[in-house]
Write a protein that binds this ligand. Structure first.
Ligand code: URA
Length: 261
């Protein structure tokens, strides 16, 4: 890890300078020092920043006074001499209900996080959001790197949706979705998608991207209107809990996205 030493308030202060791209290549887990303090103590972010500015944190034996310094999970980090251990990352799946939103706070509609009665819910985020009128599988975590693996297009992670349409589907749509559709306002065609017609007005669609309102816009591109949308699967993880409920992922499920890279 590269370090650029400098003096601050009479103390030696080190800014760790591993760039995000290098970190991704090395598959390392970096996080900001203030986040690490929050993840390893009961301090709030504001309290963590105060402690860091007061010079009470060391990383590998050096006082660090920059809350944005990137630290690695294997660094030795102490607070007033006591070694800190970050809590394990958490990984969950939830069956999102209609009329809930994926942000952490209510914004016109209730947040789906309201039904998660676990500690430090504010540290969690949804990996791949659904619209307020979409139901189904959402993955939830506090591990940003894991989210990145799921949502970055290079990983080709498959998302499977069950789609209700306002009128009858025609067979030639299968070919159109396979060729790649032009979405309004975008220069790049949407990637090839697999359309399976299940009933006159119902289909299953498998895509490997996550553009804004992607499924609805794909159907608009071929002259259809989506009237219901439900996510059944992401990668190898299929929805298996009742509406509104959630469970922790197994280790194998968590690892399944790394294998896609
Ligand atoms: N595509 C959409 O249009 N909406 C969703 O919620 C998910 C995918």
């Amino acid at each position: 890890m590269l370090a650029s030493p400098e003096l601050a308030e009479g103390r030696r202060c080190v800014h760790f300078a591993l760039t995000p791209s290098v970190a991704v290549e090395l598959n390392e887990r970096l996080m900001r020092l203030d986040k690490f303090v929050c993840k390893s103590t009961e301090y709030t972010k504001a309290e963590a920043v105060q402690l860091i500015h007061a010079g009470q944190l060391t990383v590998n034996g050096t006082a660090i006074m920059n809350e944005a310094a990137q630290v690695h999970e294997n660094n030795t980090i102490t607070l007033n001499g006591e070694c800190l251990q970050a809590r394990e990352f958490r990984y969950l799946l939830m069956h999102k209900s209609l009329g809930t939103i994926c942000s952490n706070v209510d914004e016109g509609y209730p947040s789906l996080f309201n039904s998660l009665q676990i500690e430090k819910v504010s540290e969690l985020h949804v990996a791949g959001r659904l619209d307020v009128d979409t139901t189904g599988l959402v993955l939830i975590t506090d591990d940003g790197r894991w989210t990145f693996d799921i949502i970055r297009p290079l990983n080709n992670c498959q998302k499977v949706y069950r789609v209700g349409l306002s009128r009858e589907l025609s067979e030639d749509l299968i070919e159109q979705f396979k060729k790649g559709l032009h979405l309004h306002g975008e220069s790049q065609l949407a990637r090839a998608a697999e359309l399976q017609i299940l009933a006159p007005k119902e289909a299953r669609l498998t895509i490997t991207e996550g553009r804004f309102h992607q499924v609805k816009r794909m159907f608009v591109a071929v002259g259809y209107r989506v009237v219901s949308l439900h996510r059944e699967q992401i990668g190898e993880i299929a929805l298996d809990v009742p509406l509104g409920e959630w469970r922790y992922l197994t280790n194998d499920e968590v690892q399944s996205f790394a294998a896609v890279i």
